[in-house]
Ligand binder design. Structure first.
Ligand SMILES: Nc1ncnc2c1ncn2[C@@H]1O[C@H](COP(=O)(O)OP(=O)(O)O)[C@@H](O)[C@H]1O
Ligand SMILES: O=P(O)(O)O[C@H]1O[C@H](CO)[C@@H](O[C@H]2O[C@H](CO)[C@@H](O)[C@H](O)[C@H]2O)[C@H](O)[C@H]1O
Length: 461
């Protein structure tokens, strides 16, 4: 184990989904080693194990899921070299450890175990009642800017392995389950759960979820980025007149979002926040701001403006209706299929403890998330561009146009009219931008300027 822990200490920080890139790794410990098939010395073919790995860093301890393949030395299948973790000994036998999610032979076993509803000690594989799962399909890892690792099986399923683990039911599984029957969601077909120690007791924890694969899907971020590119390629043209205007899609997306919010409010508990709870919410936003300012000092000049927006929100006279929401809503979480928009990834902000993410919140949090995403889509292509100053007005115009269209679609689709709740909306937008500053500092330091520039622009508005 010690050897694998040492290998993981070097390998984990290089992974896209590793959340602690900004800080050194102090210790790595395998908390649970859950064999789910083969791999013993003398056994045929590579072994497969689910590891729950604890990583200590100065800012705290996180748990990650590693799906570990163990191949005999020199027997790592061609094409898998890039996912090797390193050489080690397992009960005296030499093995090559690798990220098994890239190995279709091993992931096929996971699919098979889900289809059978198998139990492997503290690991349980389940299908959703009424959903038979096809097996024998080959998997391929989806690439992209992701917090987790998703595989497509044939043209049928997506299996998402949750990388950063929090004990308990993952909201992605919970909310997708609650949205069964909605044309705007992809219902789960199955999942994998493992018992994880928390507070001295084993807690069933979702480690992976199987959903239907939406074959005709195009990522909302890709569509929006294409529209922005068209606009930047036609200097002097407004976003309504450039080739790939996105506003009609933004409006439909607003309506789809409202429909999902309504469905979640029907299926799961709702509440209304009293003034003291509202104060608590605003204080939590201020605490996040303090944390972010501590880590990213460039935020400091704007802290006063942000804090007073949170205070205004806390003093709002009207009670705030709350319900379960998406929680980390942006253009990369929605796909356009030939039947319309579908919302994905109801996990919430992966850096926030699950208990907090499962708390009812205002649907305006999601509206604010998508508005931030329009701003990201408009700004990110300007980073490093020699024409940044020239294109900045077009960026603003694109973000404003799509913002208005989304809000109009959301209100027309039966959601709270965002224009009538501007104080709350502004606080949620600022809070999201502060989260993004932390997120970018940890994951993509070269993108840090995007939320920082937005905060600067919002603060000067
Ligand atoms: N069911 C699905 N059908 C088609 N594409 C999907 C599906 N689920 C995810 N994707 C694609 O994978 C990307 C990442 O999925 P997501 O659930 O957001 O993962 P993460 O939590 O890692 O960000 C999505 O933006 C989408 O392009
Ligand atoms: O991995 P998730 O999709 O769960 O979400 C995390 O990663 C997102 C980036 O991939 C991050 O989103 C931020 O960048 C997006 C562009 O890549 C932009 O559209 C979003 O508005 C912006 O928040 C998200 O915050 C993070 O939780």
């Amino acid at each position: 184990m010690k050897e694998i822990e040492e290998l993981l200490a070097a390998w984990l920080p290089r992974q896209r989904w590793f959340a602690g890139k900004a800080a050194p790794v102090e210790a790595v410990r395998i908390e649970r080693d859950l064999p789910v098939g083969g791999g013993d010395p003398g056994a045929h073919g590579p072994g497969l194990r689910l590891l729950v790995v604890r990583v200590d860093q100065p800012r705290g301890t996180d748990r990650y899921l590693v799906v570990l393949g163990l191949a005999e030395p020199g027997r790592l299948r061609p094409g898998l070299e890039h996912c090797a973790i390193g050489r080690c000994r397992v009960r005296g036998a030499r093995r090559t450890a690798y990220d098994a999610l890239h190995d279709p032979e091993l992931t096929g076993r996971l699919l098979h175990l889900i289809a059978r509803g198998a139990d492997r000690g503290p690991v349980r594989f389940r299908t959703r009642p009424g959903h038979a799962v096809r097996t024998g399909l080959r998997s391929l890892v989806l690439t992209g800017e992701q917090s987790n690792t998703s595989l497509v099986f044939g043209e049928d399923y997506v299996l998402k392995a949750f990388r950063r683990l929090w004990p308990g039911l993952n909201p992605d599984l919970e909310l997708n389950g609650a949205l069964e029957g909605s044309p705007y969601a992809a219902p789960p077909h199955g999942w994998i759960e493992a018992d994880i120690e928390d507070g001295g007791r084993p807690v069933p924890t979702t480690v992976a979820m199987l959903q239907g694969y939406l074959r005709s899907a195009t990522d909302g971020w890709v569509l929006a980025a294409t529209s922005v590119r068209d606009l930047y390629a036609a200097p002097g043209t407004g976003p309504a007149d450039a080739g790939g205007d996105f506003a009609a899609e933004a409006e439909r997306l607003g309506a789809a979002t409202a429909a999902v919010h309504r469905a979640l409010a029907r299926a799961l508990p709702t509440d209304v926040l009293s003034p003291s709870c509202l104060r608590g919410l605003a204080d939590a936003m201020a605490r996040r701001l303090d944390e972010a300012t501590g880590q990213v000092p460039e935020l400091a000049p704007y802290a006063g403006v942000l804090r007073s927006a949170f205070d205004d929100f806390a003093r709002a006279p009207d009670p705030l209706p709350v319900q379960r929401v998406h929680g980390d809503y942006h253009l990369g979480q929605v796909v356009r299929t030939d039947a319309g928009w579908v919302l994905l990834d109801f996990e919430g902000e992966p850096a926030v403890p699950v208990a907090e993410r499962r708390r009812p919140s205002s649907p305006l949090r999601d509206v604010a998330g998508m508005l931030r995403s329009f701003d990201y889509a408009a700004r990110h292509q300007l980073i490093g561009s020699a024409e940044e100053d020239l294109l900045a007005p077009a960026a603003r115009a694109w973000a404003d146009r799509n913002r208005e269209a989304f809000c109009a679609g959301y209100a027309a689709g039966g959601g709270t009219d965002p224009d009538k709740h501007l104080t709350a909306l502004r606080a949620f937008e600022y809070d999201k931008a502060v989260y993004e500053v932390l997120y970018e500092a940890h994951h993509r330091p070269t993108w840090l300027r995007v939320p920082l520039d937005s905060i600067a622009a919002l603060a000067h508005a």
